[in-house]
Design a binder for this molecule. Structure first.
Ligand code: ZN
Length: 163
């Protein structure tokens, strides 16, 4: 790998770290959300049993409708946290297997690779003898490569930023 490719791989890893936090957050929220879901399922069972014996216009029917809404909400919460966790974990794995060049030999956007599982070629925005700035046409991620100071020919001059 060339120094630029190594540098891009490091960028990918640092983007992957953000995914690690996302996975951790989702993982930490899951137990509570699952507990809420279980509580609601239990309450719903009790209420439905009571509704069967209730008069047609009993307020229990209203309570049963509300608990169905709560149940749908709790289920959606759990499944969205699970999706978030799985997506972040998959992204984290991809960060470690980033390939810095597309099959056309262009630098591949590290963010598209990690977040979308795509090898998107970035486009040069600025090119001078010692500095190059690239931007991803798909996700607008920008990064710069500075050739001036680095002993191996590459150094990121500024903080790389996601636009
Ligand atoms: Zn991109």
């Amino acid at each position: 790998m060339s120094p630029v490719e190594i540098y891009l791989s490091e960028l990918a890893l640092s983007l992957g770290e953000q995914q690690q936090y996302a996975a951790k957050r989702a993982k930490e929220s899951l137990p509570r959300a699952r507990e809420r879901l279980k509580d609601i399922q239990f309450k719903r069972g009790t209420i439905l049993a009571a509704v069967e014996r209730a008069a047609p216009h009993s307020h229990l029917h209203e309570i049963a409708r509300q608990i169905d809404k709560d149940l749908a909400f709790a289920m959606a919460e759990v499944s969205s946290l699970e999706l978030e966790k799985d997506a972040a974990e998959a992204a984290l794995t991809r960060a470690a297997h980033y390939v810095p060049l597309t099959d056309k030999g262009v630098f591949a956007c590290p963010r598209c690779w990690i977040e979308e599982n795509l090898s998107t070629g970035v486009e040069p925005q600025f090119k001078a003898s010692v500095l190059e700035i690239y931007k991803c046409p798909s996700c607008s991620y920008r990064f710069s490569i500075d050739y001036e100071y680095h002993p191996e020919g590459v150094l990121p001059r500024s903080q790389n930023q996601a636009m």
